[in-house]
Design a protein around this ligand. Structure first.
Ligand SMILES: [Zn+2]
Length: 210
């Protein structure tokens, strides 16, 4: 689905309710995938999205990972075979993902800027997992928040549920860090994307959590 110019949300949920997403960015430097789903169906979903973008697997030049959980990482070996693109994640997470799925994952520092789509910045917010990361697209005023934020059925934003978190207090408190960035759009893995007015919604969430 085409949500924003050059940013494609791939809905991997079975009932198409945006319960599990990953993303493809159509940059002039090549396609960047963010997360990769967990099943062969999800690989097919990514292939279909690439086709809709008039791109192929060989156009994929970089794979970024938000964090180590299986629903974001299990397809990485298959995606590596299909694209031969480097896979990168926050430095605390890279070795964990590498040993879990058996494919090379290069470490990134907090604040690293990848030279695609005018710059993609890694924003580290630990708590959901140790190296949990967001990817900020300054030119598109878009924050890809992975599992830093969840959504409930009504479309309200919430912190990640405790049962999925390494340290839920740290995860909730860390959301505040997103407010250091200017964004209109918030794309997150488990809930409906917010297009327009997203920063205000995150401000409200942070205020509720204090
Ligand atoms: Zn997760």
């Amino acid at each position: 689905m085409h949500t924003l110019r050059g940013i494609y949300t791939i809905d991997n949920s079975e009932n198409r309710n945006h319960g599990m997403e990953c993303w493809a960015l159509d940059c002039s430097e090549g396609v960047v995938l963010i997360d990769g789903g967990m099943t062969p169906q999800h690989v097919d979903n990514i292939a279909a999205e690439l086709k809709s973008m008039n791109r192929t697997w060989s156009d994929v030049k970089l794979i970024l990972v938000t964090h180590k959980h299986g629903d974001h990482t299990k397809n990485l070996p298959r995606l590596k075979e299909l694209t031969d693109a480097p896979i990168k994640a926050h430095k605390l997470e890279a070795p964990l993902i590498q040993s879990a799925v058996g494919v090379e994952v290069e470490p990134l520092e907090d604040g690293a800027v990848l030279p695609f789509c005018g710059g993609i910045e890694l924003v580290w917010i630990p708590g959901h997992s140790e190296g949990n990361s967001n990817y900020y697209l300054k030119n598109q005023r878009t924050m890809i928040a992975g599992d830093t934020i969840f959504g409930d059925e009504k479309g309200n934003l919430t912190p990640p549920p405790e049962k999925y978190c390494l340290d839920v207090k740290q995860a909730s408190k860390g959301i505040e860090r997103l407010l250091n960035y200017d964004f209109d759009n918030l794309l997150y893995a488990h809930g409906k994307d917010i297009i327009g007015g997203a920063k205000q919604k995150v401000e409200n969430l942070v205020a509720q959590n204090c």
